[in-house]
Design a protein around this ligand. Structure first.
Ligand SMILES: [Zn+2]
Length: 571
Protein backbone atom coordinates (compact mmCIF):
# COMPACT_ATOMS: atom_id res chain seq x y z
CA UNK A 1 0.00 0.00 0.00
CA UNK A 2 1.21 3.46 -0.82
CA UNK A 3 0.11 6.64 0.94
CA UNK A 4 1.08 10.24 0.23
CA UNK A 5 1.87 12.09 3.46
CA UNK A 6 2.71 15.58 2.19
CA UNK A 7 3.11 17.48 -1.06
CA UNK A 8 5.25 20.26 -2.50
CA UNK A 9 5.45 21.16 -6.15
CA UNK A 10 4.45 17.91 -7.86
CA UNK A 11 6.70 16.04 -5.43
CA UNK A 12 5.42 14.01 -2.55
CA UNK A 13 6.58 12.47 0.70
CA UNK A 14 4.99 9.05 1.00
CA UNK A 15 4.98 5.76 2.82
CA UNK A 16 5.09 2.37 1.13
CA UNK A 17 4.01 -0.47 3.37
CA UNK A 18 2.75 -4.03 3.46
CA UNK A 19 1.02 -3.62 6.80
CA UNK A 20 3.97 -4.46 9.02
CA UNK A 21 7.07 -3.21 7.18
CA UNK A 22 7.36 0.19 5.51
CA UNK A 23 9.76 2.64 3.90
CA UNK A 24 9.58 6.38 3.20
CA UNK A 25 9.56 7.91 -0.27
CA UNK A 26 11.12 9.38 -2.31
CA UNK A 27 13.33 6.34 -1.79
CA UNK A 28 16.59 5.15 -3.25
CA UNK A 29 16.92 1.50 -4.21
CA UNK A 30 20.45 0.14 -4.04
CA UNK A 31 21.56 -2.49 -6.50
CA UNK A 32 22.68 -5.56 -4.63
CA UNK A 33 24.71 -7.72 -6.95
CA UNK A 34 28.04 -9.43 -6.84
CA UNK A 35 29.75 -6.52 -8.57
CA UNK A 36 27.82 -3.78 -6.75
CA UNK A 37 27.04 -5.12 -3.29
CA UNK A 38 24.22 -3.31 -1.44
CA UNK A 39 26.09 -3.89 1.85
CA UNK A 40 23.45 -3.62 4.52
CA UNK A 41 21.11 -1.02 2.98
CA UNK A 42 17.44 -1.36 3.81
CA UNK A 43 16.14 -1.01 0.28
CA UNK A 44 17.74 -3.15 -2.39
CA UNK A 45 17.13 -4.75 -5.76
CA UNK A 46 18.80 -8.06 -6.41
CA UNK A 47 19.12 -8.66 -10.11
CA UNK A 48 18.86 -12.43 -9.87
CA UNK A 49 15.83 -12.40 -7.56
CA UNK A 50 14.03 -9.72 -9.57
CA UNK A 51 12.47 -8.34 -6.43
CA UNK A 52 12.82 -5.32 -4.19
CA UNK A 53 13.64 -6.11 -0.61
CA UNK A 54 12.90 -3.45 1.95
CA UNK A 55 13.70 -4.53 5.46
CA UNK A 56 11.56 -7.64 5.84
CA UNK A 57 9.28 -6.76 2.92
CA UNK A 58 9.66 -8.29 -0.51
CA UNK A 59 8.10 -6.67 -3.59
CA UNK A 60 8.17 -9.05 -6.49
CA UNK A 61 8.77 -7.42 -9.91
CA UNK A 62 7.55 -8.40 -13.37
CA UNK A 63 10.15 -9.35 -15.98
CA UNK A 64 11.37 -6.46 -18.04
CA UNK A 65 10.33 -6.62 -21.66
CA UNK A 66 13.63 -5.26 -22.94
CA UNK A 67 12.05 -3.72 -26.04
CA UNK A 68 13.47 -0.34 -27.14
CA UNK A 69 10.94 2.44 -26.49
CA UNK A 70 10.47 3.13 -30.18
CA UNK A 71 9.12 -0.37 -30.67
CA UNK A 72 5.36 -0.81 -30.54
CA UNK A 73 5.73 -4.37 -29.40
CA UNK A 74 4.84 -5.01 -25.81
CA UNK A 75 3.32 -1.60 -25.14
CA UNK A 76 0.64 -3.17 -22.93
CA UNK A 77 1.29 -2.61 -19.21
CA UNK A 78 2.24 -5.84 -17.43
CA UNK A 79 0.58 -6.36 -14.06
CA UNK A 80 2.32 -8.72 -11.64
CA UNK A 81 0.83 -9.02 -8.14
CA UNK A 82 0.53 -5.34 -7.04
CA UNK A 83 3.31 -4.10 -9.33
CA UNK A 84 2.91 -2.90 -12.89
CA UNK A 85 5.53 -2.52 -15.58
CA UNK A 86 4.95 0.32 -18.04
CA UNK A 87 6.62 1.14 -21.28
CA UNK A 88 6.99 4.72 -22.52
CA UNK A 89 4.38 4.09 -25.22
CA UNK A 90 1.85 2.37 -22.94
CA UNK A 91 -1.49 4.04 -23.63
CA UNK A 92 -2.78 6.32 -20.83
CA UNK A 93 -6.24 4.67 -20.92
CA UNK A 94 -4.66 1.22 -20.54
CA UNK A 95 -2.69 2.57 -17.54
CA UNK A 96 -5.76 4.25 -16.01
CA UNK A 97 -7.64 0.95 -16.18
CA UNK A 98 -5.09 -0.49 -13.73
CA UNK A 99 -5.52 2.23 -11.08
CA UNK A 100 -6.23 0.63 -7.75
CA UNK A 101 -4.78 -2.71 -8.85
CA UNK A 102 -1.13 -1.76 -8.45
CA UNK A 103 0.68 0.12 -5.68
CA UNK A 104 3.82 0.50 -7.74
CA UNK A 105 4.26 1.43 -11.39
CA UNK A 106 7.67 1.01 -12.98
CA UNK A 107 8.63 2.94 -16.10
CA UNK A 108 10.92 0.82 -18.23
CA UNK A 109 13.49 2.28 -20.67
CA UNK A 110 13.72 5.46 -18.59
CA UNK A 111 17.35 5.97 -19.58
CA UNK A 112 16.75 5.65 -23.30
CA UNK A 113 13.98 8.20 -22.86
CA UNK A 114 16.13 10.42 -20.66
CA UNK A 115 18.46 11.12 -23.55
CA UNK A 116 15.65 13.07 -25.22
CA UNK A 117 14.76 15.83 -22.72
CA UNK A 118 11.35 16.74 -24.11
CA UNK A 119 10.24 13.17 -24.70
CA UNK A 120 11.31 12.24 -21.18
CA UNK A 121 9.31 15.08 -19.57
CA UNK A 122 6.25 14.43 -21.76
CA UNK A 123 6.31 10.73 -20.94
CA UNK A 124 6.84 11.07 -17.19
CA UNK A 125 4.10 13.74 -16.90
CA UNK A 126 1.71 11.58 -18.93
CA UNK A 127 2.47 8.45 -16.94
CA UNK A 128 2.34 10.25 -13.59
CA UNK A 129 -1.06 11.62 -14.49
CA UNK A 130 -2.38 8.30 -15.78
CA UNK A 131 -1.38 6.15 -12.80
CA UNK A 132 -3.28 8.45 -10.45
CA UNK A 133 -2.37 9.93 -7.11
CA UNK A 134 -2.18 6.93 -4.85
CA UNK A 135 0.38 4.72 -6.52
CA UNK A 136 4.14 5.06 -6.41
CA UNK A 137 6.17 5.69 -9.56
CA UNK A 138 9.58 4.06 -9.97
CA UNK A 139 11.84 5.55 -12.67
CA UNK A 140 14.31 2.86 -13.53
CA UNK A 141 18.01 3.60 -13.95
CA UNK A 142 18.10 7.40 -14.41
CA UNK A 143 19.00 8.93 -11.05
CA UNK A 144 22.18 10.99 -10.73
CA UNK A 145 23.18 13.30 -7.89
CA UNK A 146 22.26 16.42 -9.88
CA UNK A 147 18.88 15.24 -11.23
CA UNK A 148 17.32 13.63 -8.15
CA UNK A 149 15.59 16.90 -7.16
CA UNK A 150 14.00 17.28 -10.61
CA UNK A 151 12.92 13.62 -10.77
CA UNK A 152 11.26 13.81 -7.35
CA UNK A 153 9.67 17.15 -8.27
CA UNK A 154 8.17 15.41 -11.32
CA UNK A 155 6.51 12.93 -9.00
CA UNK A 156 9.00 10.03 -8.98
CA UNK A 157 8.71 8.11 -5.71
CA UNK A 158 11.43 5.50 -6.18
CA UNK A 159 14.83 5.86 -7.87
CA UNK A 160 17.83 3.55 -7.98
CA UNK A 161 21.62 3.41 -8.16
CA UNK A 162 21.79 1.62 -11.53
CA UNK A 163 22.91 4.64 -13.58
CA UNK A 164 25.50 5.55 -10.98
CA UNK A 165 26.89 2.02 -11.18
CA UNK A 166 27.32 2.31 -14.95
CA UNK A 167 28.99 5.74 -14.76
CA UNK A 168 31.22 4.65 -11.87
CA UNK A 169 32.58 1.75 -13.90
CA UNK A 170 33.39 4.24 -16.67
CA UNK A 171 35.34 6.32 -14.17
CA UNK A 172 32.97 9.27 -13.67
CA UNK A 173 33.13 11.21 -10.46
CA UNK A 174 29.59 12.40 -9.61
CA UNK A 175 28.50 15.31 -7.44
CA UNK A 176 25.33 17.35 -6.93
CA UNK A 177 26.73 20.09 -9.09
CA UNK A 178 28.50 18.29 -11.87
CA UNK A 179 30.17 15.23 -13.28
CA UNK A 180 33.70 14.71 -14.48
CA UNK A 181 36.12 11.89 -15.28
CA UNK A 182 37.95 11.01 -12.09
CA UNK A 183 41.28 10.79 -13.94
CA UNK A 184 40.98 14.51 -14.88
CA UNK A 185 40.76 15.66 -11.27
CA UNK A 186 44.42 15.69 -10.33
CA UNK A 187 43.89 16.22 -6.62
CA UNK A 188 41.06 14.47 -4.80
CA UNK A 189 38.16 16.93 -4.59
CA UNK A 190 36.29 15.13 -1.83
CA UNK A 191 36.89 14.38 1.83
CA UNK A 192 34.30 11.62 2.24
CA UNK A 193 35.19 8.25 3.74
CA UNK A 194 34.62 6.40 0.47
CA UNK A 195 37.10 8.63 -1.35
CA UNK A 196 39.78 8.06 1.24
CA UNK A 197 39.21 4.30 0.68
CA UNK A 198 39.57 4.90 -3.05
CA UNK A 199 36.09 3.63 -4.00
CA UNK A 200 34.52 5.71 -6.73
CA UNK A 201 31.28 3.72 -6.66
CA UNK A 202 30.91 4.17 -2.92
CA UNK A 203 31.50 7.92 -3.24
CA UNK A 204 28.98 8.21 -6.09
CA UNK A 205 26.23 6.27 -4.35
CA UNK A 206 26.83 8.27 -1.16
CA UNK A 207 26.50 11.50 -3.16
CA UNK A 208 23.26 10.21 -4.68
CA UNK A 209 21.89 9.11 -1.34
CA UNK A 210 22.68 12.35 0.45
CA UNK A 211 21.04 14.28 -2.42
CA UNK A 212 17.94 12.13 -2.08
CA UNK A 213 17.74 12.92 1.65
CA UNK A 214 18.18 16.62 0.92
CA UNK A 215 15.43 16.44 -1.71
CA UNK A 216 13.12 14.80 0.79
CA UNK A 217 13.80 17.61 3.26
CA UNK A 218 13.08 20.20 0.56
CA UNK A 219 9.71 18.57 -0.18
CA UNK A 220 8.95 18.50 3.54
CA UNK A 221 9.64 22.19 4.05
CA UNK A 222 7.92 23.25 0.83
CA UNK A 223 10.99 24.59 -1.00
CA UNK A 224 11.54 21.83 -3.57
CA UNK A 225 10.91 24.11 -6.58
CA UNK A 226 13.64 26.56 -5.59
CA UNK A 227 15.99 23.60 -5.06
CA UNK A 228 15.17 22.16 -8.49
CA UNK A 229 15.95 25.50 -10.15
CA UNK A 230 19.24 25.62 -8.33
CA UNK A 231 20.27 22.07 -9.27
CA UNK A 232 19.03 22.38 -12.87
CA UNK A 233 21.61 25.05 -13.53
CA UNK A 234 24.34 22.38 -13.32
CA UNK A 235 23.37 21.02 -16.74
CA UNK A 236 21.82 22.44 -19.92
CA UNK A 237 19.77 19.26 -20.26
CA UNK A 238 18.14 19.79 -16.85
CA UNK A 239 17.35 23.41 -17.72
CA UNK A 240 15.81 22.20 -20.98
CA UNK A 241 13.69 19.69 -19.06
CA UNK A 242 12.47 22.22 -16.50
CA UNK A 243 11.68 24.83 -19.16
CA UNK A 244 9.81 22.27 -21.22
CA UNK A 245 7.87 21.17 -18.14
CA UNK A 246 6.95 24.78 -17.32
CA UNK A 247 5.96 25.67 -20.86
CA UNK A 248 4.16 22.49 -21.93
CA UNK A 249 2.86 21.03 -18.69
CA UNK A 250 1.62 24.01 -16.69
CA UNK A 251 -1.75 22.43 -15.89
CA UNK A 252 -0.13 19.17 -14.72
CA UNK A 253 2.04 21.13 -12.32
CA UNK A 254 -0.45 23.79 -11.22
CA UNK A 255 -3.06 21.23 -10.24
CA UNK A 256 -0.57 19.59 -7.88
CA UNK A 257 1.13 22.76 -6.70
CA UNK A 258 -0.08 23.78 -3.20
CA UNK A 259 -1.56 27.28 -2.79
CA UNK A 260 1.03 28.11 -0.15
CA UNK A 261 4.67 27.06 0.04
CA UNK A 262 7.70 28.20 2.02
CA UNK A 263 9.48 31.51 1.41
CA UNK A 264 11.76 31.28 -1.60
CA UNK A 265 14.44 33.10 -3.53
CA UNK A 266 13.60 33.90 -7.15
CA UNK A 267 17.17 34.26 -8.31
CA UNK A 268 17.09 32.69 -11.75
CA UNK A 269 15.08 33.26 -14.88
CA UNK A 270 13.62 29.79 -14.34
CA UNK A 271 11.66 31.39 -11.48
CA UNK A 272 9.56 33.26 -14.06
CA UNK A 273 8.03 29.89 -14.94
CA UNK A 274 7.30 28.71 -11.35
CA UNK A 275 3.74 27.35 -11.44
CA UNK A 276 2.66 29.22 -8.29
CA UNK A 277 3.96 32.47 -9.78
CA UNK A 278 2.37 31.84 -13.18
CA UNK A 279 -0.87 30.96 -11.36
CA UNK A 280 -0.74 34.33 -9.55
CA UNK A 281 -0.14 36.20 -12.82
CA UNK A 282 -2.90 34.27 -14.62
CA UNK A 283 -5.39 34.92 -11.85
CA UNK A 284 -4.68 38.66 -11.91
CA UNK A 285 -5.75 38.72 -15.55
CA UNK A 286 -8.43 36.01 -15.52
CA UNK A 287 -10.11 36.54 -12.14
CA UNK A 288 -9.09 39.77 -10.49
CA UNK A 289 -11.02 42.99 -11.11
CA UNK A 290 -10.04 46.35 -9.62
CA UNK A 291 -12.35 47.96 -7.03
CA UNK A 292 -14.81 50.14 -9.05
CA UNK A 293 -14.38 53.42 -7.10
CA UNK A 294 -10.71 54.36 -7.55
CA UNK A 295 -9.99 55.76 -11.01
CA UNK A 296 -6.34 56.78 -10.67
CA UNK A 297 -3.78 53.98 -10.99
CA UNK A 298 -0.51 54.57 -9.15
CA UNK A 299 2.23 52.12 -10.14
CA UNK A 300 4.81 51.63 -7.39
CA UNK A 301 8.08 49.70 -7.28
CA UNK A 302 8.39 46.64 -5.02
CA UNK A 303 10.48 46.62 -1.87
CA UNK A 304 12.89 44.06 -0.49
CA UNK A 305 10.92 43.97 2.76
CA UNK A 306 7.56 42.17 2.63
CA UNK A 307 4.71 42.83 2.92
CA UNK A 308 5.55 45.91 0.87
CA UNK A 309 3.56 48.24 3.14
CA UNK A 310 5.93 47.43 6.02
CA UNK A 311 8.94 48.77 4.10
CA UNK A 312 10.47 52.20 4.50
CA UNK A 313 9.92 53.14 0.84
CA UNK A 314 6.24 52.24 0.92
CA UNK A 315 5.91 54.27 4.14
CA UNK A 316 7.10 57.28 2.10
CA UNK A 317 4.66 56.51 -0.72
CA UNK A 318 1.77 56.15 1.76
CA UNK A 319 2.50 59.57 3.28
CA UNK A 320 2.78 61.24 -0.12
CA UNK A 321 -0.58 59.77 -1.16
CA UNK A 322 -2.19 60.65 2.18
CA UNK A 323 -1.06 64.26 1.88
CA UNK A 324 -2.92 64.58 -1.41
CA UNK A 325 -6.17 63.58 0.34
CA UNK A 326 -7.04 61.75 -2.85
CA UNK A 327 -6.65 58.29 -1.21
CA UNK A 328 -10.07 56.81 -2.03
CA UNK A 329 -9.59 57.61 -5.73
CA UNK A 330 -6.16 55.97 -5.83
CA UNK A 331 -5.54 52.32 -6.66
CA UNK A 332 -2.00 51.27 -5.79
CA UNK A 333 -0.48 48.46 -7.82
CA UNK A 334 3.04 47.23 -7.15
CA UNK A 335 5.15 46.29 -10.19
CA UNK A 336 7.62 43.48 -9.58
CA UNK A 337 9.32 40.48 -11.09
CA UNK A 338 8.55 37.59 -11.28
CA UNK A 339 4.97 38.28 -10.09
CA UNK A 340 4.27 41.14 -12.48
CA UNK A 341 1.47 43.17 -10.86
CA UNK A 342 0.37 43.02 -7.23
CA UNK A 343 -2.67 45.17 -6.34
CA UNK A 344 -2.19 46.59 -2.84
CA UNK A 345 -5.08 44.58 -1.37
CA UNK A 346 -3.32 41.35 -2.43
CA UNK A 347 0.08 42.15 -0.94
CA UNK A 348 -0.31 39.47 1.75
CA UNK A 349 -1.51 36.80 -0.67
CA UNK A 350 0.98 33.98 -1.35
CA UNK A 351 3.53 34.38 -2.94
CA UNK A 352 3.48 38.22 -2.81
CA UNK A 353 5.13 38.37 0.62
CA UNK A 354 7.13 35.16 0.25
CA UNK A 355 9.68 35.78 -2.50
CA UNK A 356 13.11 37.36 -2.42
CA UNK A 357 14.77 38.82 -5.49
CA UNK A 358 18.12 40.46 -6.02
CA UNK A 359 17.40 44.22 -5.98
CA UNK A 360 19.69 45.65 -8.62
CA UNK A 361 17.32 47.92 -10.54
CA UNK A 362 18.29 45.95 -13.63
CA UNK A 363 15.59 44.12 -15.59
CA UNK A 364 16.20 41.19 -17.91
CA UNK A 365 14.57 41.50 -21.31
CA UNK A 366 12.12 38.67 -20.61
CA UNK A 367 11.12 40.29 -17.29
CA UNK A 368 10.51 43.63 -19.01
CA UNK A 369 8.47 41.97 -21.73
CA UNK A 370 6.44 39.94 -19.22
CA UNK A 371 5.58 43.05 -17.17
CA UNK A 372 4.79 45.19 -20.21
CA UNK A 373 2.49 42.57 -21.74
CA UNK A 374 0.79 41.88 -18.41
CA UNK A 375 0.19 45.57 -17.78
CA UNK A 376 -1.33 46.03 -21.21
CA UNK A 377 -3.62 43.02 -20.68
CA UNK A 378 -4.56 44.32 -17.24
CA UNK A 379 -5.44 47.77 -18.57
CA UNK A 380 -7.66 46.29 -21.26
CA UNK A 381 -9.86 44.85 -18.51
CA UNK A 382 -9.41 47.39 -15.69
CA UNK A 383 -10.14 50.98 -16.70
CA UNK A 384 -8.65 54.08 -15.07
CA UNK A 385 -8.94 57.75 -15.98
CA UNK A 386 -5.25 58.34 -15.28
CA UNK A 387 -2.10 56.27 -14.80
CA UNK A 388 0.79 57.53 -12.70
CA UNK A 389 4.17 55.89 -13.15
CA UNK A 390 6.05 56.20 -9.87
CA UNK A 391 8.41 53.31 -10.61
CA UNK A 392 11.59 55.28 -11.15
CA UNK A 393 11.79 53.58 -14.54
CA UNK A 394 9.94 54.31 -17.77
CA UNK A 395 11.14 51.31 -19.80
CA UNK A 396 8.50 48.94 -18.42
CA UNK A 397 5.64 51.14 -19.64
CA UNK A 398 6.56 51.32 -23.30
CA UNK A 399 3.40 52.00 -25.31
CA UNK A 400 1.35 52.92 -22.21
CA UNK A 401 0.25 56.51 -21.65
CA UNK A 402 1.25 57.49 -18.11
CA UNK A 403 2.31 60.53 -16.12
CA UNK A 404 5.81 60.07 -14.68
CA UNK A 405 6.41 61.18 -11.07
CA UNK A 406 9.08 58.73 -9.92
CA UNK A 407 12.09 60.35 -11.64
CA UNK A 408 15.08 58.07 -11.27
CA UNK A 409 14.64 57.72 -7.51
CA UNK A 410 11.02 57.28 -6.40
CA UNK A 411 11.80 57.90 -2.71
CA UNK A 412 13.57 61.24 -3.20
CA UNK A 413 11.81 64.31 -1.74
CA UNK A 414 11.43 65.66 -5.23
CA UNK A 415 9.70 62.53 -6.56
CA UNK A 416 7.43 62.23 -3.53
CA UNK A 417 6.41 65.90 -3.86
CA UNK A 418 5.72 65.31 -7.57
CA UNK A 419 3.47 62.36 -6.66
CA UNK A 420 1.48 64.40 -4.11
CA UNK A 421 1.29 67.34 -6.55
CA UNK A 422 -0.01 65.20 -9.39
CA UNK A 423 -2.67 63.62 -7.21
CA UNK A 424 -3.85 67.00 -5.84
CA UNK A 425 -4.14 68.25 -9.39
CA UNK A 426 -6.03 65.18 -10.63
CA UNK A 427 -8.32 64.78 -7.62
CA UNK A 428 -8.69 68.22 -6.04
CA UNK A 429 -11.66 67.50 -3.75
CA UNK A 430 -11.38 65.66 -0.52
CA UNK A 431 -12.79 62.15 -0.93
CA UNK A 432 -14.25 59.74 1.58
CA UNK A 433 -13.51 56.04 1.95
CA UNK A 434 -17.14 54.90 2.01
CA UNK A 435 -17.63 51.63 0.10
CA UNK A 436 -13.94 51.28 -0.73
CA UNK A 437 -13.11 48.47 1.72
CA UNK A 438 -16.23 46.58 0.68
CA UNK A 439 -15.02 46.74 -2.93
CA UNK A 440 -11.60 45.47 -1.92
CA UNK A 441 -13.04 42.47 -0.11
CA UNK A 442 -15.00 41.56 -3.23
CA UNK A 443 -11.83 41.86 -5.34
CA UNK A 444 -9.93 39.60 -2.94
CA UNK A 445 -12.73 37.02 -2.93
CA UNK A 446 -12.81 36.93 -6.72
CA UNK A 447 -9.08 36.42 -6.87
CA UNK A 448 -9.15 33.58 -4.34
CA UNK A 449 -12.38 31.71 -5.08
CA UNK A 450 -13.14 32.63 -8.70
CA UNK A 451 -15.27 35.09 -10.59
CA UNK A 452 -18.67 34.36 -9.00
CA UNK A 453 -17.28 34.78 -5.48
CA UNK A 454 -17.02 38.57 -5.73
CA UNK A 455 -20.79 38.82 -5.47
CA UNK A 456 -20.93 36.45 -2.52
CA UNK A 457 -18.69 38.74 -0.52
CA UNK A 458 -20.22 42.07 -1.63
CA UNK A 459 -21.35 44.76 0.84
CA UNK A 460 -18.97 43.53 3.53
CA UNK A 461 -17.00 45.74 5.89
CA UNK A 462 -13.60 45.30 7.51
CA UNK A 463 -13.40 45.50 11.30
CA UNK A 464 -10.14 45.74 13.22
CA UNK A 465 -6.79 47.11 12.27
CA UNK A 466 -5.14 45.96 9.02
CA UNK A 467 -3.81 43.33 8.52
CA UNK A 468 -5.59 41.82 11.53
CA UNK A 469 -9.11 42.26 10.20
CA UNK A 470 -12.48 40.55 10.28
CA UNK A 471 -14.80 40.56 7.29
CA UNK A 472 -18.28 41.48 8.54
CA UNK A 473 -21.76 41.80 7.10
CA UNK A 474 -24.88 42.63 9.11
CA UNK A 475 -22.95 42.10 12.35
CA UNK A 476 -22.06 38.57 11.25
CA UNK A 477 -18.41 37.64 10.71
CA UNK A 478 -17.95 35.93 7.34
CA UNK A 479 -14.16 35.58 7.24
CA UNK A 480 -10.83 36.80 8.54
CA UNK A 481 -7.64 37.49 6.59
CA UNK A 482 -4.71 35.15 7.15
CA UNK A 483 -1.63 37.21 7.93
CA UNK A 484 0.55 34.29 6.91
CA UNK A 485 -0.77 33.92 3.34
CA UNK A 486 -3.34 36.68 2.75
CA UNK A 487 -6.25 34.30 2.14
CA UNK A 488 -9.78 34.98 3.23
CA UNK A 489 -10.46 32.32 5.86
CA UNK A 490 -14.23 31.79 5.99
CA UNK A 491 -16.14 31.34 9.22
CA UNK A 492 -18.90 28.77 9.13
CA UNK A 493 -21.25 31.53 7.84
CA UNK A 494 -18.75 32.42 5.12
CA UNK A 495 -18.42 28.74 4.19
CA UNK A 496 -22.21 28.69 3.93
CA UNK A 497 -21.97 31.24 1.11
CA UNK A 498 -19.46 29.04 -0.76
CA UNK A 499 -21.60 25.96 -0.20
CA UNK A 500 -24.69 27.71 -1.52
CA UNK A 501 -22.85 28.83 -4.66
CA UNK A 502 -21.10 25.49 -5.17
CA UNK A 503 -17.62 27.03 -4.99
CA UNK A 504 -14.73 25.08 -3.39
CA UNK A 505 -17.10 22.44 -2.08
CA UNK A 506 -16.20 18.94 -0.89
CA UNK A 507 -19.05 16.44 -0.51
CA UNK A 508 -18.52 13.87 2.22
CA UNK A 509 -20.39 10.61 2.69
CA UNK A 510 -22.97 10.15 5.42
CA UNK A 511 -21.22 9.80 8.74
CA UNK A 512 -20.57 11.90 11.81
CA UNK A 513 -17.45 14.04 11.46
CA UNK A 514 -15.35 13.64 14.59
CA UNK A 515 -12.00 15.05 13.53
CA UNK A 516 -10.52 15.94 10.15
CA UNK A 517 -12.00 14.66 6.91
CA UNK A 518 -10.06 11.85 5.24
CA UNK A 519 -10.10 11.07 1.53
CA UNK A 520 -11.91 7.78 2.14
CA UNK A 521 -14.92 9.80 3.32
CA UNK A 522 -14.98 12.14 0.30
CA UNK A 523 -17.58 11.48 -2.36
CA UNK A 524 -16.75 14.33 -4.70
CA UNK A 525 -14.83 17.59 -4.71
CA UNK A 526 -14.58 20.74 -6.80
CA UNK A 527 -11.66 20.12 -9.21
CA UNK A 528 -10.71 23.80 -8.77
CA UNK A 529 -9.55 23.05 -5.22
CA UNK A 530 -5.78 23.05 -4.65
CA UNK A 531 -3.94 21.89 -1.53
CA UNK A 532 -4.08 24.83 0.90
CA UNK A 533 -7.38 26.22 -0.38
CA UNK A 534 -10.21 27.15 1.98
CA UNK A 535 -13.20 24.87 1.38
CA UNK A 536 -16.79 24.16 2.45
CA UNK A 537 -17.68 20.57 3.36
CA UNK A 538 -21.18 19.37 2.45
CA UNK A 539 -23.12 16.33 3.61
CA UNK A 540 -26.38 15.44 1.86
CA UNK A 541 -26.43 18.86 0.26
CA UNK A 542 -26.11 20.69 3.60
CA UNK A 543 -23.12 22.50 5.04
CA UNK A 544 -21.26 20.25 7.49
CA UNK A 545 -17.97 22.07 8.09
CA UNK A 546 -15.32 24.47 6.82
CA UNK A 547 -11.62 23.84 6.60
CA UNK A 548 -8.39 23.81 4.61
CA UNK A 549 -7.79 21.36 1.77
CA UNK A 550 -4.73 19.17 2.32
CA UNK A 551 -4.70 17.77 -1.23
CA UNK A 552 -6.09 18.85 -4.62
CA UNK A 553 -9.84 18.33 -5.18
CA UNK A 554 -9.13 15.76 -7.86
CA UNK A 555 -6.92 13.74 -5.53
CA UNK A 556 -9.57 13.78 -2.76
CA UNK A 557 -12.14 12.41 -5.13
CA UNK A 558 -9.77 9.74 -6.47
CA UNK A 559 -7.98 8.58 -3.31
CA UNK A 560 -9.11 6.63 -0.31
CA UNK A 561 -6.12 7.38 1.89
CA UNK A 562 -4.75 10.49 3.56
CA UNK A 563 -6.15 13.63 5.15
CA UNK A 564 -8.33 15.52 2.65
CA UNK A 565 -9.58 18.51 4.67
CA UNK A 566 -8.30 19.85 7.95
CA UNK A 567 -11.51 20.90 9.65
CA UNK A 568 -11.69 24.36 11.22
CA UNK A 569 -15.36 24.77 12.12
CA UNK A 570 -18.25 22.34 12.19
CA UNK A 571 -21.76 23.50 11.29
ZN1 LIG B 1 33.85 11.36 -1.82
Amino acid sequence: MFEVISRAGCGRIGKYSDGSESFDTPALLFLDTERFPGSGVTLARKDDANAISAGGMEISLPDYSGYPHSSDAGAEPILHERTCLLRPNSHPEAIKALRGQADLFILENSIELYNNAKLFIDTVARVRDAIGYQSALYLLGVALPNNVALLAYLGADILDTARVAVLSSEGWFLTQDGTWLSSDGGTDPCSCEACSDGSLYAHNTAALHSELLRTRARISNGTIREFVEYRSKTSPKLVEMLRHLDMQHFHFQEQRFPMVSGKFAATTRLSLGRPDIVRFRNRIIERYRKPPTPDILVLLPCSARKPYSQSKSHGFFARAIEQSRAGPRIHEVIVTSPLGLVPRELELFYPAQHYDIPVTGHWFEDEKRMINIMLKEYLKINKYSQIINHLGDTRLLEGIDARVTGGTNPTSNESLAALTGALVELAPDRQDWKSRSSEEIASMARFQFGIQAGELFSDCAMAGRYPNVKIMRDRKQLASISQANGMLVPTIDGAGLLAHAGIHTVTMSEFELTGNLFAVGVESADPQIRAGDEVAVLRQGKLAASGTARMPGEEMAQSDRGEAVRIRHKA
